[in-house]
Design a binder for this molecule. Structure first.
Ligand code: GLN
Length: 274
């Protein structure tokens, strides 16, 4: 099952990369200079602004520093907005309302360490992936759970953040690699799940690796299992009708990747290990 998911994720990334290549080619044909300003005209929800929906409890991608929201997604979205000549406006909302808000035209982008999934692709478009995420399993430091199989095949309760890929995978029936609805506890914020773990209400939390590291560092008596669960691509969700905005964002992301800006932003928050 795990392997299947990894292969599926791989196929999805390859498909997206191929998509990206053909977009880039189209844009080059449309304008010899291929810079963002000359890309096809796009519209945004509010003229001059790029409204980003996120859930700002997902360090180091988005989190509060005082009353300011900072993090990798915020910096990448700011750099993209700059390239597009737009002012970035951040709306901090529940994670599981982001896709619907992008789909209904309330927000221009959903940028929230959001994994590209086939199901979400039915509702929104995704930009080119700009980061990789891993689903990790957090348990108590002295837990008898050693890997995903012990977790799935035991009788353990698992905490997840509502509507995330951790939720989607773990709430699937045991035959499909999850623990089933009865053993799932959903929380609005990942850290609330981690707190429930520290008080023994649940036995494990399945959540993205980088926030997992931050939550484990902030709460004593926990550890992350060494066996990651899945590897995923993070990308920005964009309304399906706004293909011009997706093309412009992809062009901006390409330029920011090529000139090293994205790598510098990621390295600033996640220093390379080793
Ligand atoms: N990557 C996970 C998902 O897309 C979690 C994202 C989040 O909690 N912000 O579902």
């Amino acid at each position: 099952m795990k392997t299947l998911k990894r292969i599926a994720a791989g196929i999805l990334s390859t498909a997206l990369l191929l998509g990206m290549t053909s977009c880039a080619t189209k844009q080059t044909e449309a304008s010899a200079d291929a810079n963002v300003d000359s890309a096809a005209a796009f519209t945004t929800v509010e003229s001059g602004k790029l409204i980003m929906a996120t859930n700002a409890f997902f360090p180091p991608y988005e989190y509060y520093e005082g009353d300011k929201i900072v993090g990798i997604d915020v910096e990448i979205a700011t750099a993209v907005a700059d390239k597009l000549g737009l002012e970035l406006v951040i709306e901090d909302v529940e994670f599981d309302s982001i896709i619907a808000g992008v789909q209904s035209g309330k927000y221009d982008i959903g940028c929230a360490g959001m994994t590209v999934t086939e199901d979400r692709l039915k509702s929104v478009n995704f930009s080119t992936p700009y980061a990789t995420g891993i689903q990790s399993i957090i348990v108590a430091a002295d837990s008898e759970i050693t890997d995903i199989d012990t977790l799935v095949n035991g009788d353990y309760k698992v905490g997840v953040q509502s509507g995330t890929t951790g939720d989607i995978y773990m709430s699937a029936p045991v035959e499909e690699g999850g623990v089933g609805e009865e053993r799932i506890e959903r929380f609005a914020k990942g850290n609330d799940a981690v707190i429930a773990l520290t008080t023994g209400k649940i036995s494990a939390v399945v959540i993205d690796n980088e926030p997992a590291k931050a939550f484990v560092a902030a709460n004593s008596g926990l550890k992350i299992l060494e066996t990651p669960y899945t590897v995923e691509d993070y990308a920005m969700a964009i309304n399906k009708d706004n293909v011009a905005l997706k093309d412009a964002i992809n062009q901006a992301l390409k330029e920011l990747t090529d000139n090293g800006t994205i790598a510098a932003i990621v390295n600033k928050y996640i220093p390379a290990e080793g």
